[in-house]
Design a protein around this ligand. Structure first.
Ligand code: MCA
Ligand code: AMP
Length: 501
């Protein structure tokens, strides 16, 4: 058996063939014994479309069982899976296609993508209901059950995250990264084949793909999947599941429903939260309502999961992200990179078998964050206590996390600065009761050319809705420091009550 993670999944599922692997909207799609057949048909279709070992396959579509089959088929082919947010505009997709240079782009029929024929990339369609040219081709072919042998350091996926410059960077994740991380989570969170995971996270991000989906496939635990998060549908299915994981917005939305009760959650052994800070007030309200203490963990696209609170209920402490996972090291360092004593806030660095192989075709960006000694700069700040427990204090990178989606101010600032008449721009996050943080913009103008309608039109054309500023404030002047730098903390403070309940 090679280090291809698909081989690992299949080997671990072998003794559980009769068990449902995927349940979609309440109906069984396939058992673990049937899964390789589905994957094999998509693998045969990919081969016909020119996909070979080492090539990139980009995917822009909503969750569906076919998404899962396609993902596993890409990995089984030895190719590299490159997902993207289904909400991206054509302009956002174009940038990523240019960078990843894929042999195939799989997208929904009615979604924004650049016109075909401008690059070497073939196209196939796959919709949220599983229909499309890819599925048509897959169902017409016999399954190709072979799994390409891969080494631990061969690439499995590239996931784009942005950076301080606003240009997306593709984190290169290897089969070894993914295999080591899911094994560590399996152990830490005490998974077994008796589990049923209620999965409603988007599959195009690390949380939904490498945490929720992988844990099901690795544990031979049934994945009860929903197309997306919907509080009423989640509550209706909680009785059929044993584990639920989500971003903090999922938990605040569940708590808003009167149907979310102690009884409704009685069969769940573990609620997990991550991707953004879980407010201690939400942790407390959740415990008061259900009796469950949410287990918070911390991760990044580049590293998958880094730390987790302990499994034991009493060990799950609000506001803390817990201890490094088995095999992972975390250091808190000062400006000179020397390790700080317990209690002192510094930059969080990590090292481990889960750390990705760098940024795709971006040697400079890789050198900035990946140190020769093996440690990686997370761009988060925090401290450890005497026992090594980690608490996140903030971020040294300029990043807004809205509903678990990352929004990079630099990307939006560059776009807004293109609007005629705009002089200066600042994009920043303010507290939001549903999304945790909301995107806000402030501008100053010069001359008479500025028109808000032109700005609105550009935003609508170029930015996915979750990145769009909820408000653009037009200021007479910006608060600045002595060096002339815009003081975003002052802006955050000025507008912090904008969404107060
Ligand atoms: C949707 N909208 C948003 C967001 N999502 N606006 C800001 N932030 C968002 N996250 C927009 C919609 O386009 C819509 O705009 C309006 O907000 C309300 O839509 P609504 O129907 O309420 O939204 P939704 O479709 O229910 O989506 C909310 C959501 C979703 C379910 C919370 O954002 C979600 O699934 N988030 C999970 C993200 C995630 O998985 N992150 C993991 C990243 P309009 O009304 O104007 O049309 S991986 C990661 O971070 C690392 C590895 C880690 O540690 O996990
Ligand atoms: P991404 O680029 O989507 O992988 O986002 C990773 C970032 O999300 C991290 O660097 C943190 O800033 C943030 N993050 C993830 N989990 C948590 C958490 N439990 N608490 C606070 N921030 C988190």
């Amino acid at each position: 058996m090679s280090d291809n993670i698909v081989d690992t999944f299949y080997a671990r599922q072998q003794a559980h063939g009769a068990k449902p692997a995927i349940v979609w909207n309440g109906a069984v799609v396939c058992t673990f014994a049937e899964l390789p057949d589905h994957v094999g048909r998509y693998r045969a279709a990919l081969a016909q479309l020119g996909v070979t070992r080492g090539e990139r396959v980009m995917v822009k579509t909503e969750n569906s069982p076919a998404f899962v089959f396609t993902y596993l088929a890409v990995l089984a082919s030895g190719a590299i899976f490159v997902p993207m947010n289904a909400a991206y505009t054509a302009a956002e997709v174009e940038l990523l296609v240019e960078d990843a240079d894929p042999v195939l782009l799989i997208h929904a029929d009615k979604t924004a993508v650049p016109p075909a024929g401008t690059d070497r990339t073939a196209r196939a369609t796959l919709n949220g209901d599983g229909s499309g040219s890819l599925t048509d081709l897959a169902t017409s072919l016999s399954p190709d059950l072979a799994v390409e042998p891969m080494a631990a350091n061969d690439l499995a996926a590239i996931l784009f995250t942005s950076g301080t410059t606003g240009r997306p960077k593709g984190a290169m994740l290897t089969h070894g990264n993914l295999g080591s991380n899911v094994a560590a989570l399996f152990e830490t969170w005490q998974f077994s084949s008796d589990d049923v995971i209620l999965h409603c996270l988007p599959l195009f991000h690390a949380h939904g793909l490498f945490v929720a989906l992988h844990l099901g496939l690795f544990s031979a635990a049934t994945l009860r999947m929903l197309p997306k998060f919907d509080a009423a549908k989640v509550i209706a299915q909680l009785g059929e599941a044993s584990v639920f994981m989500g971003v903090p917005t999922f938990y605040t939305r569940l708590l808003e429903s009167a149907d979310f009760t102690r009884d409704a959650t009685a069969g769940i052994r573990l609620f997990i939260s991550g991707s953004a800070p879980l407010l201690p007030s939400v942790f407390a309200a959740f415990e008061a309502r259900t009796g469950h203490r949410i287990l918070e963990r911390y991760g990044m696209t580049e590293t998958v999961m880094i730390t987790s609170n302990p499994y034991a209920q009493a060990g799950r402490i609000p506001g803390s992200v817990g201890y490094p996972l088995p095999g992972v090291s975390v250091r808190i360092v000062g400006a000179d990179r020397s390790e700080l004593p317990a209690g002192e806030v510094g930059e969080i660095e990590m090292q481990g078998p889960n750390l990705c192989a760098g940024y795709w075709r971006r040697a400079e960006a890789t050198a900035e964050s990946f140190y020769p000694d093996g440690f990686f700069r997370t761009g988060d700040t925090g401290f450890k206590d005497e026992t090594g427990r980690v608490t996140i204090a903030g971020r040294s990178k300029d990043l807004i996390i809205s509903g678990g989606y990352n929004v990079y101010p630099a990307e939006i600032e560059m776009l807004l600065a293109e609007v005629p008449g705009v002089q200066d721009v600042a994009v920043f996050g303010v507290p939001h009761p549903d999304f945790g943080e909301a995107v806000m913009a402030a501008i100053t103008t010069e001359g008479t050319a500025f028109e808000m309608a032109a700005m609105d039109a550009l935003i609508a054309e170029k930015l996915a809705r979750f990145k769009q500023p909820k408000t653009v404030h037009v200021l007479d002047e910006f608060p600045r420091n002595a060096m002339g730098k815009i003081l975003k903390n002052v802006l955050r403070d000025t507008y912090k009550g904008s969404f107060a309940k």
